[in-house]
Design a protein around this ligand. Structure first.
Ligand SMILES: Cc1cc2nc3c(=O)[nH]c(=O)nc-3n(C[C@H](O)[C@H](O)[C@H](O)COP(=O)(O)O)c2cc1C
Length: 204
């Protein structure tokens, strides 16, 4: 099957993109609203874009014509925290995607504990296995819907001690969750270890 995305409705392109770009890691983002409430929401359009300094990107869409609260908060304050969820936290992670009024805190509504961040104002989630304090480095809207790409520089990593061994993260113990589509999530499953890929010399 060959599909031209040009005549497709936004929703149909969304279904193809989110069905094919899988599984997606989830940035569980805490920001501060205008009245100082802690806003929390998951974003699976999430990847890293640089190692030194460490930088990551999330893409934030619109609700109707309005940018989502997380987007507005990041553009206004220039700061956010990407918390990494795990299977134990999947229920509050999923529930935090519900549409709460801008001045209501998902963190309070869901009874989640926060811990102060070291360098940015938005707090991190105390029970998250890892949290990355970020300062906005770059932002730009893309496409007809004006989804906002937000690139943040990671100023601090917070990782639970037992998850780090010789500078490497113990992925199995992190027990991350990934998004497929709608209510469907994936867990780590089988880890397949491949032999190193060899450098192939080109013979002219
Ligand atoms: C697992 C998961 C991943 C999501 N990923 C995104 C995403 O990448 N971009 C986006 O705009 N919305 C995404 N959403 C929807 C937002 O979380 C949702 O619209 C939320 O209400 C936004 O909250 P806010 O207005 O407080 O920012 C996702 C929802 C879930 C459950």
């Amino acid at each position: 099957m060959e599909i031209d995305p040009t005549p497709l409705a936004m929703r149909d392109n969304y279904k193809l993109m989110t069905g094919l770009i899988v599984p997606r890691p989830i940035a569980w983002v805490s920001t501060l609203s205008e009245n100082g409430q802690v806003n929390l929401a998951p974003f699976s359009a999430f990847t890293f874009v640089s190692h030194k300094p460490p930088m990551l990107a999330i893409s934030i869409g619109r609700r109707g014509t309005e940018l989502k609260d997380t987007g507005n908060n990041i553009l206004r304050t220039g700061e956010f925290v990407v918390n990494i969820g795990n299977l134990a936290l999947l229920e509050p992670l999923h529930l935090s995607s519900a549409h709460y009024p801008s001045d209501e805190s998902e963190v309070e509504a869901l009874g989640l504990e926060t811990a102060p961040s070291s360098l940015v104002a938005p707090p991190r989630l105390a029970d998250a296995p890892a949290s990355l304090e970020c300062r906005l480095n770059f932002s730009r809207p893309f496409g007809d819907e004006e989804n906002y790409l937000m690139v943040g520089e990671v100023l601090r990593f917070h990782i639970k001690d037992h998850l780090v061994n010789a500078g490497k993260v113990e992925t199995r113990d992190l027990d991350p969750v990934a998004r497929l589509g709608g209510p469907k999530y994936a867990t780590l499953g089988e880890i397949v270890i491949m032999p190193p890929a060899l450098v192939v010399e080109r013979v002219e």
